[in-house]
Design a binder for this molecule. Structure first.
Ligand SMILES: [Zn+2]
Ligand SMILES: [Zn+2]
Length: 334
């Protein structure tokens, strides 16, 4: 679908037919070749969906010369390796995430051990640990990894034909997440940083950096300052009204912070215990922790951790140890 002259949106299916998780890739016309932003999962379905949509606009994989990945999550990066073989395009990814490709998708034992350690230290019971630890292993089959040739830092300007896309580093949802800003068009390609309906997940884990939530809120406020008329997100639908949407996301995190403080007022507890008490939203539906699938449970614990650590740093919460686990409580016995 042509969103604006020279900017096409490609819809790529999720492996399990969950339409709300379909990925929007964007194809930007250039003079010598096209830039593809994000790839979808590595499945035959997504590959042929892309091939078909390219053919509809009179192109093939050969015409793609640059594949820019907004962040290294499997739905955005999964098909990259296969597309490089089909097109000989270069892949661009932020430096921080380039350095994680090997441990995340190739030699994963270390990351699995670290994940178990973090979950254990934050109170996940031993009996639930293997399921939560290995919850994301299944997605590995949907990723064809490739090392990026173009390493981004943020601030670069990518000239594609009539367009000038500025790379904006927006850490938070992932540590090297980038958005693309076309200032004269007032268009923002937002990846998973800002979505129109879902609140992007922000969790603390071994590849998140130490401060994912404060980074995320800071990145949101930075984007809010920009003069943008149209947002092209990686899921759901194209929308205008970036500022009000950012306000909703900020409000959501304020509410979660309040819920966590209310939970801590009941006494000292681990991040896992906090996550049992506060509401979670999956695909727009509010549910309790025990209604969540294993991967969402892990994300919930890591999201609670992402909130608890800044509460500790700002002095609202105290942190101590109980039988080898980290326990948070309200400072000064509030
Ligand atoms: Zn993501
Ligand atoms: Zn995504």
């Amino acid at each position: 679908m042509e969103i604006l002259p020279g900017i096409h949106q490609l819809k790529l299916p999720f492996p399990l037919q969950l339409d709300q998780l379909a990925v929007n890739a964007y194809l930007i016309q250039g003079d010598k070749g096209w830039m593809l932003v994000d790839t979808g999962w590595n499945t035959n379905q997504a590959f042929s969906a892309m091939e078909r949509q390219l053919r509809e606009i009179g192109h093939g994989f050969d015409n793609i010369t640059l594949i820019l990945i907004t962040h290294f999550h499997p739905d955005h990066y999964g098909l990259a390796g296969r597309l490089v073989q089909a097109s000989h395009a270069k892949v661009a990814l932020h430096q921080i995430e380039k350095d994680f490709i090997d441990s995340r998708y190739m030699n994963m034992d270390g990351l699995l051990d670290q994940t178990a350690e973090i979950l254990r230290a934050n109170g996940v019971p031993e009996k639930d640990l293997p399921r939560l630890q290995k919850a994301s292993l299944g997605v590995r089959q949907y990723v064809a990894p490739v090392s990026p040739e173009v390493v981004l830092q943020g601030g670069e300007v990518i000239t594609q034909g009539q367009f000038q896309f500025e790379v904006v580093w927006t850490p938070g949802h992932s540590p090297g997440h980038v958005c693309l800003l076309e200032r004269s068009l007032k268009v923002l390609i937002s990846g998973d940083h800002v979505l129109p309906a879902t609140f992007p997940n922000v969790g603390l884990h071994s590849q998140s950096g130490t401060d994912p939530l404060p980074n995320y809120l800071r990145s949101l406020r930075a984007i809010e300052e920009l003069d943008v008329d149209l947002v092209l997100p990686a899921h759901e639908h194209v929308f205008s009204g970036l500022k009000p949407r950012i306000q909703e996301i900020l409000h959501h995190h304020e509410e979660r912070k309040k819920a966590i403080i209310a939970s801590l007022s009941e006494g000292p507890q681990t991040a896992y215990e906090v996550s049992l008490k506060i509401p979670w939203i999956v695909n727009g539906i509010t549910m309790s922790f025990d209604q969540l699938q294993a991967l969402d449970r892990r994300l919930a614990v890591m999201s609670a951790m992402a909130h608890l650590e800044p509460l500790h740093r700002e002095g609202t919460a105290e942190k101590s140890q109980r039988d080898g686990t980290v326990v948070y409580s309200l400072a000064g016995g509030r």
